[in-house]
Design a protein around this ligand. Structure first.
Ligand code: SAH
Ligand code: SF4
Length: 347
């Protein structure tokens, strides 16, 4: 019999799997606690189980997890981790400290198949989806590191690392279950944000599934022609339909939607673009994050100058929209979310 990845199992699935091995439910409860609350990643560490049971479990299950290969601290306090996976692939995560919070940016896929023209991950192409444990354990490893550093640990998680989370829907949703459920890490859903380039079918699915975390849409262009040029996914998921999906999402969840907009010099950063962006957001309440572009050698774009950024932001604020500017972090270590792992792979 093939071994099963124990980190991919929900509590109910673990109960069933252990019952199939002749174990009672309370044993599954103990094992689940070891995994998701005490955060151990070997059966040897499960000290309230008999030696025999630990050996039996190790014959039936394995842990598909990650290892830190490098951790680099930036002069601005952010820290980039490269994680190696069992098959030699590498993904990255970033810890980003701010005044009253510590945000972890985590990856959902090895590479990404959507090829946005400005994105370093997009230039890698798609290799594979991450498993549930490969996603959750980025959080657990970085949380431990943040605490070792003398801090409170991670307060917020953003799915803004490598990959398109809604193209790995099932595992991403299971990872969120493990991170938020009481039997798991117990994080408040309001502290988790999933960022998507706009996979319409799965935005509707989120609404139908009662998604309770925050949703962020990488818009980056308010009109189809431009958006299709810089984000090929727009050709099959165009703005009118995206708008319908977001209106549906808001109707079902009642939630405000975050709109991400990276400013690319001379491409999408005029006041006219800001006007069109405001127009796009009329059907649902939004919070707009204007993001400073983090240039890299895989793409020809530059970040907009300060004056252009200010004019763009002032125009939106003048319409009473909620606007935040996100300046790039960890520039010296290539740590910006959405700018990950290209260097590692080249080695
Ligand atoms: N695939 C998802 C999540 C990962 S990318 C998505 O596209 O939303 C996370 C965010 O980083 C997205 O808004 C993405 O457009 C942005 N991004 C990508 N490359 C960037 C860069 N070089 N500088 C700044 N932001 C970038
Ligand atoms: Fe993929 Fe997001 Fe990068 Fe686009 S911006 S290529 S969807 S990771």
């Amino acid at each position: 019999m093939d071994k099963r990845d124990i980190l991919s199992l929900s509590f109910d699935e673990l109960v069933t799997a252990m019952e199939e091995c002749g174990e009672k439910k309370f044993r599954a409860t103990q094992v689940y606690q070891w995994i998701w609350q005490k955060r151990v990643r070997s059966f040897d560490a499960m000290s309230n189980l008999s030696q025999k049971l630990r050996e039996q479990l190790a014959e039936v299950f394995y842990f598909q997890t990650i290892k830190v290969s490098t951790a680099k601290k930036s002069t601005d306090g952010s820290c980039k981790f490269a994680f190696s996976l069992f098959d030699g692939n590498v993904v990255e995560g970033v810890l980003i400290p701010a005044k009253d919070r510590m945000t972890a940016c985590i990856s959902s896929q090895v590479g990404c198949g959507l090829q946005c023209a400005f994105c370093a991950t997009g230039s890698l192409g798609f290799t594979r989806n991450l498993s549930v444990g490969e996603i959750t354990d980025q959080f657990f490893v970085m949380d431990a590191a943040a605490k070792e550093d003398g801090g409170q640990g991670i307060s917020n998680i953003v799915y803004m690392g490598m990959g398109e989370p809604l193209m790995n829907y099932k595992n991403v949703m299971s990872s969120i279950d493990r991170l938020t459920e009481e039997k798991g890490a117990g994080l408040a859903p309001s502290r988790i944000t999933v960022s998507t380039s706009g996979i319409i079918r799965n935005i509707k699915q989120l609404a139908d599934d009662g998604f309770s975390c925050n949703l962020a849409i990488s818009l980056h262009a308010p009109k189809d022609m431009l958006r299709s040029q810089i984000m090929p996914i727009n050709k099959t998921n165009p703005l009118a339909k995206l708008s319908d999906a977001l209106a549906y999402y808001h109707e079902k969840t009642g939630d405000r939607i975050t709109i991400e907009y990276v400013l690319l010099q001379g491409v999408n950063d005029s006041v006219q673009h800001a006007r069109e962006l405001a127009e796009f957001t009329k059907r649902f309440p939004v919070k707009i994050n204007v993001i400073e572009y983090n240039p890299h050698e895989k793409a020809p774009y530059k970040k907009s100058d300060r004056q252009t950024l200010d004019a763009f932001v002032s125009f939106l604020k003048g319409l009473n929209l909620i606007v935040n500017v996100r300046f790039s972090k960890g520039k010296d270590i290539a740590a910006a979310c959405g700018q990950l792992a290209a260097k590692q792979k080249r080695k």
